[in-house]
Design a protein around this ligand. Structure first.
Ligand code: ATP
Ligand code: MG
Length: 413
């Protein structure tokens, strides 16, 4: 990517109504654009970052047997009436509209009903089970309060996986596998050390659900954390009885603010009953399918990472999700030519700051603001030794690296 040709410019200021540091930085760095409260566009850099986060999640979901699909955002009324969730009194976040041809539809806020109904066409025998189906999809929720930039919005990206199992036992084995997979995901995303499996309210089919909560001052949840054990309890279920049940000692718990980045939930027969999703077992007996749901909010995760890892100079992205790995600044004509060549070799890895109207100081400041993992400076001085200068975003020290070594890095990727 060449900055001289990029429409999304960095700015010195952010909208006055943005309270969170992450939103201010993401807007200033040209990652997102605010349409209105709780509604944001993802600009080229923001889209690449979100895509990288989604790719990490995709790899881990595939590794535990997830099959990716993509459902529609337009939701017909009848599937939701079957479960009793069409009513605004039951589901208060619906965005609904009318069809010109007659009838009503809603914009998907979650997908249990339509997916359960879809599976009726494909699941009929024990041989068809289990099924783990997931998607990345835009969800629409008429949230009363949008908050903290992309951390709580009215349109957002969700990874939602749904499990369809023969029985509770099979369900529970997958549930634990997915919880382990979530740990891997948050480690890869750079927030693993501060993300804790948290007991929260369950439902008719299990005592608890599991949330994945990341310690964060602008988070909306309060959790009670046992650091030694690495688990927490959400305020909503925090009481003496629950602590005893979980074997937690009140005096060891820390009260913390946190943001829910993911959650997993035992749905049991809630939706398979409502939509009549059954299978025939080995003995030809009709049985109900047992379900679970497993969400992660990639756009909220992006906000949480921006919030937690950034510093006073700007964003800081872990290498695996940064939109580009290197930010290249050339000083001098010969250096500019070489920089151009390097960019052409690896346009997917390099942001080339080839702006004619920007001073070097501004370029360095933008390298930091954008949070690109490595800054590379090529000058006639470094070239005299056949070297480039390299600096990690999180360090202040610069090092000289042979140009050929840098080229080798680009080639091996
Ligand atoms: P919350 O408790 O924060 O309202 P939720 O319990 O309703 O979220 P789910 O419906 O299970 O969340 O959604 C799965 C994930 O999607 C959440 O863990 C969160 O990461 C993300 N998410 C939920 N609501 C939003 C939102 N309004 N904006 C951005 N991400 C969201
Ligand atoms: Mg929740």
């Amino acid at each position: 990517m060449k900055l001289s040709q990029t429409f999304a410019k960095t700015t010195k200021t952010a909208p006055a109504d943005e309270m969170s540091e992450s939103a201010k930085l993401l807007i200033r760095a040209g990652y997102i654009y605010k349409e209105m409260a709780g509604v944001y566009d993802y600009l080229p850099l923001g889209m690449r970052t979100l895509d990288n986060i989604m790719q990490v999640i995709r790899e881990e979901m595939d590794a535990i047997g997830g099959q990716e699909l993509k459902m529609t955002a337009l939701q017909p009324r009848d599937a939701w009436e079957a479960s009793g969730r069409w009513s605004d009194d039951v589901m208060d976040v619906w965005f609904k509209t009318k069809l010109n041809a007659g009838g009503e539809l809603g914009l998907g806020c979650t997908h249990e009903e339509p997916l359960t109904r879809l599976m009726k066409s494909y699941i009929s025998s024990y041989k068809d089970l289990p099924v783990y189906a997931y998607q990345f999809q835009t969800k629409f929720r008429n949230e009363l309060r949008a908050k903290s930039g992309i951390m709580r919005t009215r349109e957002f990206m969700m990874k939602d996986l749904y499990s369809f199992s023969k029985n509770r036992e099979e369900h529970e084995a997958f549930y634990e596998k997915c919880a382990e997979s979530y740990k891997k995901i948050f480690n890869r995303l750079g927030i693993g050390n501060d993300t804790f499996r948290t007991f929260a309210s369950g439902g008719a089919f299990s005592k608890y659900s599991d949330e994945f909560q990341t310690l964060c001052e602008v988070g909306e949840d309060i959790i009670y954390l046992d650091r030694e054990k690495g688990i927490a309890v959400n305020e909503e279920v925090y009481n003496d009885e629950v602590l005893a049940d979980l074997g937690l000692d009140k005096s060891k718990l820390e009260q913390c603010k946190a943001a829910e980045v993911g959650n997993i939930f035992t749905l049991g027969y809630r939706f398979t009953d409502a939509l009549d999703l059954c299978y025939n077992d080995e003995n030809g007996q009709r049985q109900k399918v047992f379900m679970g749901s497993y969400g992660i909010g990639p756009s909220r995760v992006m906000g949480v990472i921006a919030e937690k890892l950034s510093d006073d100079k700007g964003l800081v992205w872990p290498e695996e999700i940064a939109p580009y790995k290197y930010y290249v600044v050339a000083i001098g004509d010969k250096a500019a030519e070489i920089a151009e060549d390097l960019h052409n070799k690896a346009p997917e890895q390099i942001i080339l700051d080839d702006r004619k109207n920007a001073r070097n100081g501004e370029k360095f400041a933008d390298a930091d603001l954008l949070g690109i993992p490595y800054r590379i400076v090529i000058s006639d001085k470094t070239l005299a030794e056949d070297k480039v200068e390299i600096k990690k975003r999180t360090e202040s020290e610069t090092k000289l690296l042979p140009l050929s070594d840098f080229i080798a890095k680009l080639v091996q990727k």
